[in-house]
Write a protein that binds this ligand. Structure first.
Ligand code: DLL
Length: 442
């Protein structure tokens, strides 16, 4: 335990920064922000160039709202500076490198100094603790290890909290189940769809997923809904909380959800300054409560300071509750680049998840297929969804109709619904791909 920690609640010791007032937090943010913009400007040529082109200088940052004067950073910037152009320290000071998979272009590479790694572990520990995990608990870590930040990020955080970590990584679902049965972990860290895969595989083996030792699940790395939380909590008899993050900003633990309120992740604002902008007119910074694109500026990072990074994640900022000084983020509706535009109507997979899970005959296993039938100019959306094991084929005909109608009412899109056999759709191993775009390439 570090010196900064003080006793705060009856069964958990919080970091001092978790308990400070909003005023105190903003004073801290301003001084850290002033340092970060100057540090980035002095050490990273890209920031110097961008600030100069934008006609703004680090000394222009006198109050927090001045941040809006600074230019954005995008994934494209990181790609152009591939591999190490964004690093603000010499290579020998970089203790670790992570990278995105690069499925949609060049990988984005991120780096951490020893201090960055310590801060990261502290924030993941803080997030896990908020979600109910305590020192001494056994933690089954099913986030993928490797260049993805999920596995090692969650691992270091659980260790820093004082847990016993089981570093199984993602995949090998049968083995995951054996270890859950034999090691009896208290908590599991996974993507929500991978936890669903595990629960599903348990049922196939005749194991009741509600009967395991698991009491807490800390889930993230992909969008999920309240309906999915309910599904997982009931099926597995545990408390499921959200953890959010992205590699460009740090990795998991940028924000974490408190188990006592379960009302969205608190952004750890002593290390990150969030903004919400209008995704279509980025010059407009929106107020708290308004929906838009989430933007982050790091306040303490050494190897990769990041200024106004456009996450493409769509959400809103809400007042802090369990940690009053730290604002919460609403559930992420989706990413602006995951949005399906179907005959002029915007649609996200999470909207389908929300609607489908309210229909008892339908399972949470679904895919969205986009096609353009031959000779037609209109795109077609087909929701392929598995029926629940417990209902008959005849029993699902009306459920399909209900889903179709509800999508029309709540989303505004006409679509086809194809109810398929249990187990026929691909299962998640980590971040699940929901959208299959089979339209001919233009
Ligand atoms: O997914 C980091 C992470 C690992 C977070 C484990 C939580 C748990 P990236 O691979 O860089 O990093 O992907 C970041 O994933 O911009 C969001 O679109 C999405 N995402 C992450 N957490 C959540 C969440 C990791 N809790 C991208 N809810 C982000 C919704 C999430 N989307």
């Amino acid at each position: 335990m570090t010196q900064e920690t003080v006793a705060a609640t009856s069964d958990a010791v919080l970091d001092r920064e978790e308990t400070i007032s909003r005023d105190e937090l903003e004073v801290l943010q301003l001084s850290r922000l002033q340092h970060t913009v100057a540090y980035a400007y002095d050490r990273v040529p890209l920031y110097k160039r961008k600030f100069d082109e934008h006609g703004v200088h680090p000394t222009d940052l006198r109050e927090l709202s001045d941040l809006a004067k600074f230019p954005f950073t995008t994934k494209e910037d990181l790609r152009l500076e591939y591999p190490f152009g964004m690093f603000a320290v010499p290579q020998h000071e970089v203790a670790r490198i992570h990278a995105s998979s690069g499925t949609t272009g060049r990988a984005t590479v991120v780096g951490y100094t020893k201090k960055d790694l310590a801060d990261w572990a502290k924030l993941v520990a803080r997030s896990l603790r908020a979600s109910g995990v305590r020192p001494g608990m056994k933690v089954h870590n099913a986030y993928g290890y490797g260049l993805f930040t999920g596995g090692m990020g969650a691992h270091a955080g659980a260790e820093a909290l004082g847990c016993t970590v089981i570093p199984i990584s993602g995949g090998q679902t049968e083995r995951q189940i054996t270890l859950i049965q034999d090691f009896k972990p208290d908590a599991i860290l996974a993507t929500p769809t991978y936890l669903l895969t595990i629960a599903d595989a348990m049922m196939k083996q005749g194991i009741d997923p509600a009967s395991t030792s698991l009491k807490y699940a800390v889930l993230g790395a992909e969008p999920w809904t309240e309906e999915m939380r309910h599904e997982l909590e009931v099926t597995m008899n545990l408390k499921a909380c959200d953890i959010y993050g992205l590699s460009e900003v740090m990795g998991p633990g940028v924000a974490g959800e408190a188990v006592e309120t379960q009302d969205g992740s608190h952004i750890w604002e002593d290390h990150f300054r969030p903004e919400i902008i209008d995704a279509f007119d980025p010059s407009v910074v929106l107020g708290d409560g308004e929906h838009g694109e989430l933007v982050f500026t790091s306040l303490t990072k050494e190897a990769l300071p990041i200024i106004r990074y456009r996450t493409k994640d769509l959400t809103r900022l809400l007042p802090g509750t369990a940690r009053p000084a730290h604002r919460r983020m609403g559930r992420i509706t989706g990413r602006s680049d995951d949005m399906i535009i179907l005959r002029g109507v915007n649609l996200f997979p999470s909207q389908i998840e929300e609607i489908a899970l309210r229909i008892p005959e339908l399972s949470p296993h679904f895919q969205l297929e986009l096609t353009r039938p031959a000779g037609q100019r209109m795109d077609q959306l087909t929701v392929k969804i598995e029926r629940r094991e417990s209902v008959t084929v005849e029993g699902v005909a009306s459920a399909a109709k209900v889903l179709q109608q509800q999508i029309k009412i709540h989303v505004g899109s006409s679509c086809a619904v194809d109810v398929v056999e249990p187990g026929s759709l691909e299962r998640s191993n980590g971040k699940l791909r929901r959208i299959y775009d089979l339209r001919p390439k233009a």
